[in-house]
Design a protein around this ligand. Structure first.
Ligand SMILES: [Zn+2]
Length: 356
């Protein structure tokens, strides 16, 4: 059959199927990301402790419930500048062959609202990955149990993850690993980090036992490499105070690492950019839209004194569909699918990676 005839035949065969679109076949994750954008554009930013944060928790809870999962809401209070604030963590337990549990967590609050951020990458992307993972694992045989946790109030001090690990009902019983998802799409490259070998400040934990093993990080990299080869998750290059592949205590993996649990942290950014404070990963993209002037040669600002934007998306006006979709739609979709596929494959084959 000639190519044109084949195309015609395929066209006829599938013309009634609305899901057939040559360049547009979409995953559950990407469709769910579109739903999140819709909800977010109506709702606005979801700052910790606000009505919008609570509404977002409700939306996620409804979505997970519709998939057939039981969603537990764990409310907590924390002290902020304006007094006591209420938020909640959401927990979904998926039973596996072993009682031992792999936690996959992502915060769902947002910040940078005054600058115009809607938090669709930070951390809408992590939330969507949690939902897509839940969808992928439906009815699957799992070697380990999986616990999905959506943390509230991360942006103003990891309040949700701290509240979770400090609960009195033994919340870390059987937990053997924790994977944190925070801004996992949008940046130029995908990374996976492990905690610093130098212990974090764990003063909020009663009897801290710090765990900085890179074992989980390396397992995720192996899975990513098997699936995506040269596009696999990277280790960031070293910069002062942060050896290769090691990250600080600024996200929800930290309270788990402070409790002796092996952790890893997925992130999309670009450590090759010479940003405001050097190659620290705070500049996420080289795309010129996100700089006053980007210099290809120095991989940084044309003039460090006059630069305003520094290629950062999180916590800025750029974390908004109006900026991101026209430029990065394909990239966002590809990175989201890649992260979800790596997470799925990792938990489905966890007995290979986590030794009893
Ligand atoms: Zn975040």
């Amino acid at each position: 059959m000639k190519k044109s005839a084949l195309v015609l035949a395929l066209g006829l065969m599938t013309s009634s199927a609305s899901t057939f679109a040559a360049d547009n076949s979409t995953s559950y994750a990407w469709n769910q990301f579109q739903s999140l954008l819709e909800v977010t554009q109506k709702m606005g930013a979801r700052v910790a402790g606000t009505k919008q944060e609570n509404e977002m928790a409700q939306w996620m809870s409804d979505e997970m419930t519709a998939m057939g999962y039981k969603v537990k809401s764990l409310p907590f209070k924390y002290r902020a500048k304006n007094g006591k604030v209420e938020s909640q963590n959401l927990v979904v337990d998926i039973k596996g062959d072993s009682k031992d549990i792999i936690v996959v967590g992502a915060h769902y609050d947002s910040t940078g609202e005054k600058a115009g951020s809607l938090g669709i990458l930070d951390n809408g992307s992590g939330m969507v990955a949690l939902m897509a993972l839940a969808n992928d694992l439906k009815g699957k045989k799992l070697p380990y149990s999986v616990r999905l946790i959506a943390f509230g109030a991360e942006e103003n001090g990891l309040n949700g993850s701290k509240a979770y690990v400090n609960r009195s009902d033994n919340p870390l019983k059987n937990v053997v690993a924790m994977i944190n998802l925070d801004t996992i799409i949008g940046g130029d490259k995908l990374y996976v980090h492990s905690p610093l070998t130098k212990p974090y400040n764990c003063s909020y934990v009663k009897s801290p036992t710090f765990e900085s093993s890179p074992e989980l990080r390396e397992a995720l990299r192996s899975v990513s490499k098997d699936l995506y080869g040269k596009d696999a998750h990277l280790l960031h290059q070293p910069f002062p105070g942060y050896p290769e592949g090691q990250t600080g205590s600024w996200s929800d993996h930290a309270p788990f690492a402070c409790n002796g649990i092996k952790t890893a942290y997925l992130e999309a950014t670009n450590f090759e950019i010479n940003g405001k404070s050097g190659n620290d990963g705070y500049s996420q993209v080289t795309d010129k839209t996100f700089w006053s002037c980007f210099d290809e040669e120095t991989i940084g600002a044309c003039d460090r004194k006059t630069e305003h934007h520094w290629g950062s998306i999180w916590h800025t006006k750029f974390d908004h569909p109006d900026y991101l979709l026209p430029r990065f739609s394909k990239r966002l979709q590809k990175q989201l699918d890649q992260n979800v596929n790596v997470l799925s494959k990792f938990v489905l084959t966890a007995d290979k990676w986590i030794k009893k």
